[in-house]
Design a protein around this ligand. Structure first.
Ligand SMILES: NC(=O)c1ccc[n+]([C@@H]2O[C@H](COP(=O)([O-])OP(=O)(O)OC[C@H]3O[C@@H](n4cnc5c(N)ncnc54)[C@H](OP(=O)(O)O)[C@@H]3O)[C@@H](O)[C@H]2O)c1
Length: 237
């Protein structure tokens, strides 16, 4: 039974990944922003864990406050080893550069970049122990920055840099690192994006979050002789 730690399991892409891993009977640690969300998310997945013999654990850590993660984890039971560390949580706020305030920049960079770096730092010993895998769910915006997307795109460009550096640093330890770059995906985040863009939302037009989840699983399932480093996923037709 493999052990995974996943952020963002309460919604969208992360929820689909968590469900798929529990359906395999794996042990899944869900990181939630507070105790209330941890309880709700655990309740959401308890039936699937029970049906398939998967093990469900929760961790509380607010990714909006990366510098407090270390303290928060010091007061909780942590996984002893991790076959995969799956960074899926994220936030978005659109706006022109002449509108975006430092508050938006700070919140976006904290949740999308600094928290994944800090969580990786804190969990690497457990990942190294089993020559595990670190996956960052990035975005097309991590490769190209369009108008109105500066803060989010900057955070995701930074996330690519984090993944690329980590891959080089950890190769000798046998740790694999994958960035997944989805296009628009039908999740609550995309509903918010459409609202901010003033556009009508049609979920059928975008990638099913379960399909993005399959790409994450493809990366971690690959045999050790191969290393999927970067995966771009676009809406199909
Ligand atoms: N949807 C898209 O079109 C799209 C496209 C490309 C890339 N992505 C990326 O895919 C990833 C997943 O996005 P999604 O569309 O599935 O988004 P989503 O449905 O909005 O889910 C985001 C998840 O992140 C969690 N989260 C946010 N802030 C947090 C915090 N401070 N502490 C702990 N958890 C926090 C949320 O927790 P709560 O459940 O407690 O709110 C939620 O579970 C993100 O990294 C996003 O940037 C999405």
């Amino acid at each position: 039974m493999a052990t995974h730690l996943i952020t963002g399991a309460g919604s969208g892409i992360g929820a689909e990944v968590a469900r798929a891993l529990l359906e395999r009977g794996d042990e899944v640690w869900l990181l939630a922003r507070n105790a209330g969300r941890a309880k709700e998310t655990a309740a959401q997945f308890a039936p699937v864990a029970e049906e398939h013999g998967g093990r469900l654990r929760t961790l509380v850590g607010d990714l909006a406050q990366p510098s407090r993660l270390s303290w928060a984890f010091g007061h909780q039971t942590m996984p002893a080893e991790l076959d995969s560390l799956l960074h899926i949580a994220g936030v978005v706020d659109l706006g022109r550069v002449d509108e975006l305030t430092p508050k938006v920049w700070d919140a976006t960079l904290a949740a999308n970049l600094v928290a994944p770096a800090e969580l990786t730092r804190l969990m690497l010993p457990q990942v190294r122990l089993v020559r595990g895998h670190v996956v960052f769910v990035n975005s097309g915006a991590g490769l190209h920055a369009n108008p109105h997307w500066s803060a989010y795109a900057a955070s995701k460009h930074g996330l690519k840099a984090l993944a690329d550096s980590l891959r080089g640093e950890e190769a000798a330890a046998g740790v694999r690192v994958t960035s997944v770059y989805p296009g628009r995906t039908a999740t609550p985040m995309q509903v918010k994006v459409h609202r901010q863009e003033g556009k009508e939302y049609d979920p059928q037009a975008w990638i099913d979050p379960a399909s993005v989840a399959r790409t994450v699983l493809a990366a971690i399932d690959l045999p050790r002789d191969a290393h999927l480093t970067d995966l771009t996923v676009r809406p199909g037709s």
